[in-house]
Design a protein around this ligand. Structure first.
Ligand SMILES: Nc1ncnc2c1ncn2[C@@H]1O[C@H](COP(=O)(O)OP(=O)(O)O)[C@@H](O)[C@H]1O
Ligand SMILES: [Mg+2]
Length: 256
């Protein structure tokens, strides 16, 4: 079984081809990275995979099932869960309630359950609450469980976002720049959590600019440049690949 396969994925914005006939398949296990200069199409590709954007052409398969065209909530319920480059927590809810709101398939949301299965709804809520507290402890957010999420530090909000992903019991997690704007201690924390998830058999696919992080964490990397896939291999191979080096240097020269 393949976990995620992309075939000739293309997305245009007007005349700009943001993702240009990209094809690849992720290794079934471990951590896969998606890297490339700014504007190379990484976030757009994540939007395509998670159903937030529609492909202009091509197809995407999750566990050999075509998911192109399915809405985001259906894809996430299938076990493919993502975070965003910009942190998205619910600021006027407590930290704990942010997690509760991400629990999958809540019986309490089904009308029949509200009327006929009150006991069951309560039980399920208790289970989710326990799970939410376990996750908060793991993320060291237990102390701020009842604090409004909007009052947490930026780093804590990023951890909470990861917590929301965990609450959804994903099979594969897509993370868009999980360490952006975060201090080194928290980056370590995030690395530990991701390694634990990987060891539990959860597949991880992440976009990351922090190259030491990529080298340490990723088993394989895919490199995009101007919407095209230009490299697939280990991070060590990527660092020595002339095409990859040129892609990065080319952009930096423009900036400088
Ligand atoms: N919604 C959009 N409308 C128009 N252009 C977009 C949109 N989203 C992204 N782009 C453009 O597509 C290209 C790829 O962007 P993006 O996927 O965000 O790159 P990355 O995440 O690699 O930095 C960029 O040139 C960007 O300006
Ligand atoms: Mg991006």
């Amino acid at each position: 079984m393949s976990v995620l396969r992309i075939e000739q994925a293309t997305k245009k914005f007007g005349g700009l081809v943001a993702v240009d006939h990209v094809s690849f398949e992720l290794a079934v296990q471990g951590i896969s990275g998606l890297v490339g200069p700014n504007g190379s199409g990484k976030t757009t590709l994540f939007h395509l995979i998670s159903g937030f954007y529609k492909l202009d052409s091509g197809s995407i398969y999750y566990r050999d099932v075509p998911i192109s065209g399915l809405p985001p909530h259906v894809i996430s319920r299938m076990g493919l869960v993502r975070t965003f480059q910009q942190t998205r927590v619910l600021p006027f809810m407590t930290t704990l309630d942010n997690l509760m709101a991400s629990a999958p398939d809540q019986a309490g949301e089904r009308l029949s359950a509200v009327f006929f299965e009150r006991g069951k709804v309560k039980q399920e809520e208790t289970r989710y609450r326990e799970r939410a507290h376990e996750i908060l402890d793991k993320l060291q957010l237990g102390r701020v469980a009842n604090e409004l999420a909007g009052n947490l530090s930026y780093g804590q909000q990023r951890l909470l976002e990861l917590g929301r992903v965990l609450m959804a019991r994903p099979k594969i997690v897509l993370l868009d720049e999980p360490t952006a704007g975060i201090n080194p201690t928290l980056i370590r924390k995030i690395m530990e959590i991701l390694m634990q998830l990987r060891d539990q058999g959860i597949k991880i696919f992440l976009i990351e600019h922090n190259m030491p992080f990529v080298s340490e964490m990723c088993d394989e990397v895919f490199v995009l440049d101007a919407g095209k896939l230009i490299f697939h291999g280990t991070p060590q191979q990527a660092r020595r690949d002339q095409g990859v080096i040129d892609a990065y240097l080319g952009r930096e020269e423009h900036v400088a």
